[in-house]
Design a protein around this ligand. Structure first.
Ligand code: SF4
Length: 387
């Protein structure tokens, strides 16, 4: 029998620790280890209905109502692997809150919008967003292995009518990039590009690499967290052909850093892929210094450099996830100086309406004197720097 794999840190639930292997034995007794570790088996067996979810968790009234009284604006889907990380009894567990619908998703608050970043207004062809001068966002698919309830692209994720995956749409986007020699950097996102087949991934990367002015390629993905089985040797053989290729990995909480997930990050790093992380700041889920510090320390140990901490975008029905802006500054203040700079991501707001990412930092300037600038350090002590 393979060794039991335990979560690395305790969650907000009291001492909740769940062996993933026990989960498989209990709920998938006929499934072999080899099937469980097969990413396509994981995708074929995603949990997508209330009935399926009820096998694993005791639903709260709020969660049940979200399923029964409303149609899902954001599709509901979780891989069996990621479902094994849900606390069956505690609806407030961070990972569970990011995956299981809540009735609060159906409350529309002031300032919220379907497309808060105004991506559609910066989309010269379907599948592409060109908002910054020298880089573009390539929307490769609307499919994700597991659907986050706070997804910025909830307007398109899971909407298979939009068919952005078609090769014709991809080709239009490739042609646009080829015609715009100011574009030196492409971020491939979606949906989640790494949920596609090896052939599709290879096809797109190969096409992009024929464009001489493209310097770097980037992939944004949550696969190492929700489907670490996808990081196969076959996929790595493809990815390592297209350097410089960077990966931005989406993580939410230290409970995601299981042995499987860390091993997947290590395989990516061993293939020479620089890894950065992206995290959305979420109320009651990861909005405290201790959780953030544990996440970033865990990521660094998995060779992933914390890159961005995002203020949650005001998509429709996100008010229960959004914190005050001050919270992100408080977290930055609580990290800076208290841990290594490598463990501190840049806190940013993606400006509504298409203004791009705006970094926010706590104020470390304490004033000015005739001959010097007054600066405040992490311990709140003031120092003078000569002008
Ligand atoms: S993985 Fe990313 S694109 Fe997919 S649902 Fe989550 S936030 Fe949205």
């Amino acid at each position: 029998m393979p060794p039991l794999v335990y979560l690395q840190e305790k969650t907000n639930s009291k001492n909740f620790r769940k062996p993933i292997t026990n989960f498989r034995h209990r709920y998938y007794p006929d499934v072999t280890v080899s099937d469980w570790n097969d990413w396509q088996w994981q995708l074929r067996n995603r949990i997508c209905t209330l009935k399926e979810l009820e096998r694993f968790v005791q639903l709260s009234d709020d969660e049940r109502q979200a399923f029964t009284e409303h149609s899902h604006r954001i599709p509901f889907a979780i891989t069996p692997y990621y479902a094994s990380l849900l606390d069956p009894e505690n609806a407030d567990q961070p990972i569970r809150r990011t995956m299981v619908p809540s009735i609060k998703e159906y409350i529309k608050s002031k300032g919220e919008a379907e497309d808060p970043l105004g991506e559609e207004g910066h989309s010269p062809v379907q599948s592409l967003v060109h908002r910054y001068p020298d880089r573009v966002l390539f929307l490769s698919t609307n499919f994700c292995a597991s659907n986050c309830r706070y997804c910025t692209r909830s307007r398109m994720v899971g909407d298979h009518d939009k068919a952005i995956l078609s090769r014709e749409n991809w080709q239009q986007a490739i042609d646009y990039i080829a015609e715009h020699d100011e574009v030196r950097d492409v971020v491939i996102s979606g949906g989640d590009f790494l949920t596609l087949t090896d052939d599709s991934i290879n096809w797109l990367l190969a096409k992009l690499r024929t464009i001489p002015h493209l310097e770097i390629l980037r992939i944004g993905t949550k696969v190492p967290a929700v489907l670490p089985q996808r990081i196969t040797q076959g996929l790595l053989r493809i990815l390592r052909q297209y350097h410089p290729l960077f990966l931005s990995l989406h993580f939410t909480h230290p409970d995601e850093l299981t042995d499987e997930c860390v091993a997947a990050c290590n395989r990516l790093a061993d293939a020479g892929l620089p890894l950065g992380s992206q995290t959305v700041l979420l109320k009651g889920i990861n909005d405290d210094v201790d959780t953030q510090r544990r996440l970033y320390h865990g990521l660094l140990k998995a060779r992933v450099r914390p890159y961005y901490l995002y203020q949650c975008d005001p998509i429709i029905g996100s008010s229960h996830f959004r914190t005050d802006i001050e919270k992100g500054l408080e977290i930055t203040r609580g990290l800076r100086g208290f841990t290594s700079g490598y463990a501190i991501p840049t806190f940013v707001i993606d400006a509504p309406g298409g203004g791009g990412k705006i970094p926010l930092l706590p104020e470390y300037r304490a004033g000015e004197e005739t001959d010097s600038m007054l600066l405040r350090n992490y311990e709140d002590k003031t120092f003078r720097y000569p002008k």
